[in-house]
Design a protein around this ligand. Sequence first.
Ligand code: ZN
Length: 300
Amino acid sequence: MLKQRTLRRVVKASGIGLHSGQKVMINFVPHTVNSGIVFRRIDIEPHIDLPADAMLIQEAFMCSNLIKDQVKVGTIEHVMSAIAALGIDNLIIEVSASEVPIMDGSAGPFIYLLMQGGLVEQDAAKKFIKILKPVEAYIDDKKAIFTPHQGFQLNFTIDFNHPAIAKEHQSATIDFSTETFVYEVSDARTFGFMKDLDFLKANNLALGASLENAIGVDDTGVVNEEGLRYSDEFVRHKILDAVGDLYLLGHQIIAKFDAYKSGHALNNQLLRNVYADPSNYEIVTFNDMGSCPIPYVEVS
Ligand SMILES: [Zn+2]
């Protein structure tokens, strides 16, 4: 059988919080089978666990936050996307503050850290959620749709009328695997408009945001001296966010995902719509990697 995965050993790192601007410790700790992904606040005694569950998500200031009993872990989507890409099923993510460190604004550093821990198989079948019929979510003119598909394909379109974001670079498609995620998506950084950033900072928010962890855009173009990492980095980052948001189902989804101007709130609404009707999906397992429609990196 294709087995569940966790890390082989603990990995410790730190970075700064996007909103607080303060140092945050983050530790990746192996977890037992059928435990899922769990965020743990280690700055609170006794420690508080927040399972990475779609039903505990609230969106705030452009990121996905887990909230349980008034305890929060914010900005979880980039680390969740890295965990999804490596096919990790069970993991504890300890954080010393109410947000995951922003690192460089992409998922690349998290991929690197998780690979430092090494992957190990566990003695239980890896479960997937297979979509059986179309499921849709809409907010205003934004939409997000799942349709049945042998694999996990993401098609994303953004719609910005801005000189920094060329029309031909506003749509992207990937057939999800560890390899496509790592090479085509993981390094895409979050982005923001400089005038919004000034407003947030004036209101004591996004204190850690800088051109070290985001693409800054002003009225004429990209502010970062190094420019973009991919010509379509903006839409690739939206795919990165969606991979993390959609992994909050607790298992990798098998479906095609089509999104137009979607964001964290709409991605989450789509997951709630999946759960709303049990005939929308089934839980499946596979005999081996060869029969699984999503190619993951081999366990070393
Ligand atoms: Zn993001």
